[in-house]
Design a protein around this ligand. Structure first.
Ligand SMILES: Nc1ncnc2c1ncn2[C@@H]1O[C@H](COP(=O)(O)OP(=O)(O)OP(=O)(O)O)[C@@H](O)[C@H]1O
Ligand SMILES: [Mg+2]
Length: 466
């Protein structure tokens, strides 16, 4: 079939707006009598592009290669020097990658990026920090507080993204930090900074800069009241990694997780402690989480959890008290999954004969971590039972296991890793799913109590406390 003859269309001299018919005034830029006739590209029968068509820049169409010809080892990584941040990134920053760091106001995003930028500049070369929210003085003040007065990092206070891109093209840094994407804008988009159009357009420019020049870009993003990143969803699709810095306002712990990472696992979490000198890596979070533990009190049990490649011991606390007569009993759960906790309470009620429907129940995982994995179920069950009976669980006991609807205790992954971490921190008894008891357990410095049901587990607890 022959190609159709070229069509005629009209384009505005001033702004390039195209229209299929002639117009006296351009609807896009408002200029009068600016529409000129142009030849549209010939349309081929295959639905658009004529063979031999050249791409927009006048270059021939790119030649596809075979995957086997691509060297995947090209991606060098540059560690930022902030260990926990690198862990979540998957080992460090990849040149040309774009990473979005989100978090609530005041959680410590600027602090973290200033610290990471400083380390990076000392280890790998130029870093450009674009502060769009704070003046140079404010950033300098923070740097002084963090003990980074003599940082080699280069700083500009700029809200115009195009000026920031120009600065980057001039400095040619290895890393560019933009704080924040909601505070920068471009004169080319006709809306206020922080609007969807502005955020999308500014991010597109920064992503283009990163990809074309091989500069790693770290962008700060604000989160909405609902806890998701403010701005268009397309932003999360366009960047290479999306990380969240989270933390309770009144605790010093901060947890970083990846919701997307093109260069690493999204299972890893980073744990920081916020202090006068900024965010500090927490190398041994289990010890820290347990340091203020009220061992020997009813209602506290330690669970051996796993987050990414790290095992984590966390104290689960429960408080149970009679509910006001005639009222709905209260259920307050923080740090563990609410739905899973509800199942555990129902199992305790039906299978273990505890009348929890007449009691208020409060459950909390200490330290601001979230235990979403099913392995925390058994610890929740034993903490609630301990609180209900007002009898403490032996302080040297650690627990893990998933609880099913019939009250069975099911095996979980990485049992040995969990037990090893617990033994390292001085725990001597481990209540775990029977199917998870490692062979040759007798030789280990921790004693295993394999259980098949929650009732079994309660018996094992009694035996240990006796
Ligand atoms: N003088 C100080 N001493 C100790 N800690 C401080 C001091 N000033 C600020 N901080 C800590 O730093 C936190 C603010 O950090 P930062 O400015 O990095 O947060 P942010 O996430 O960038 O906030 P924003 O969303 O407002 O930009 C405060 O919540 C506080 O915990
Ligand atoms: Mg900030």
């Amino acid at each position: 079939m022959a190609a159709k003859p070229p069509r005629v269309k009209y384009a505005c001299d001033e702004c390039g707006y195209e229209s299929p018919r002639w117009l006296g005034r351009c609807p896009s830029c408002g200029s009068w009598n600016s529409m000129r006739e142009v030849q549209a590209a010939p349309v081929s029968p295959r639905g658009g592009l004529a063979p031999g068509r050249r791409s927009a820049a006048g270059q021939p169409a790119p030649e596809p290669v075979r995957l086997s010809q691509v060297d995947p080892t090209d991606d060098a990584r540059f560690p930022t020097g902030v260990g926990e941040f690198d862990r979540v990134l998957g080992g460090g920053l990849v040149p040309g990658s774009v990473v979005l760091v989100g978090g609530d106001p005041g959680v410590g995003k600027s602090t973290l990026l200033l610290q990471a930028g400083d380390h990076f500049a000392r280890a790998h070369g130029d870093v450009l920090y674009v502060s769009a929210e704070e003046s140079l003085r404010q950033v300098a003040l923070r740097a002084r507080r963090l003990g980074l007065d003599d940082t080699p990092l280069r700083l500009i206070a700029e809200t115009d993204v195009d000026a920031a891109v120009d600065a980057a093209l001039h400095v040619r840094p290895k890393l560019m930090i933009v704080d924040s994407i909601q505070a920068v804008s471009t004169a080319d988009a006709d809306s206020v900074p922080g609007s969807l159009v502005q955020v999308r357009e500014c991010a597109a420019r920064l992503i283009r800069l990163a990809k074309l020049e091989g500069i790693a870009v770290l962008m700060v993003g604000h989160v909405t009241k609902q806890g998701s990143l403010a701005g268009p969803k397309v932003l999360e699709h366009a960047v290479d990694a999306v990380l969240y810095l989270e933390g309770e306002r009144d605790t010093q712990f901060r947890v970083m997780r990846a919701v997307k990472n093109r260069f690493g696992s999204t299972d890893e979490i980073g744990i920081f402690e916020m202090g006068d000198a900024g965010l500090r890596d927490v190398a041994n979070p289990s010890a820290l989480f347990l340091q203020e533990r009220a061992a020997g009190e009813p209602g506290t049990v330690v669970v051996a959890g796993v987050e990414g490649s790290r095992s984590l011991l966390v104290e689960v606390q429960a408080l149970v008290g009679p509910a006001p007569f005639g009222g709905t009993p209260r259920r307050q759960v923080s740090g563990v999954d609410y739905q899973r906790a509800a199942i555990v309470l129902a199992v305790l009620e039906r299978r273990c004969g505890m009348p929890l429907h007449t009691h208020d129940v409060y459950i909390n995982a200490v330290g601001g971590v979230r235990l979403d994995e099913p392995a925390a179920d058994l610890a929740v069950a034993l903490a609630v039972a301990s609180a209900f009976r007002d009898r403490p669980v032996d302080a040297g006991t650690v627990v893990f296991g998933e609880v099913g609807l019939t009250g069975e205790v099911r095996g979980v992954r990485q049992a040995e890793r969990r037990a090893r971490e617990a033994a390292k921190l001085g725990f001597r008894r481990c209540i775990l799913p029977r199917s998870n008891v490692p062979p040759g357990a007798a030789a280990a410095d921790i004693q295993f109590f394999g259980v098949s049901t929650v009732v079994d587990a309660l018996r094992a607890v009694e035996a240990g406390s006796a």
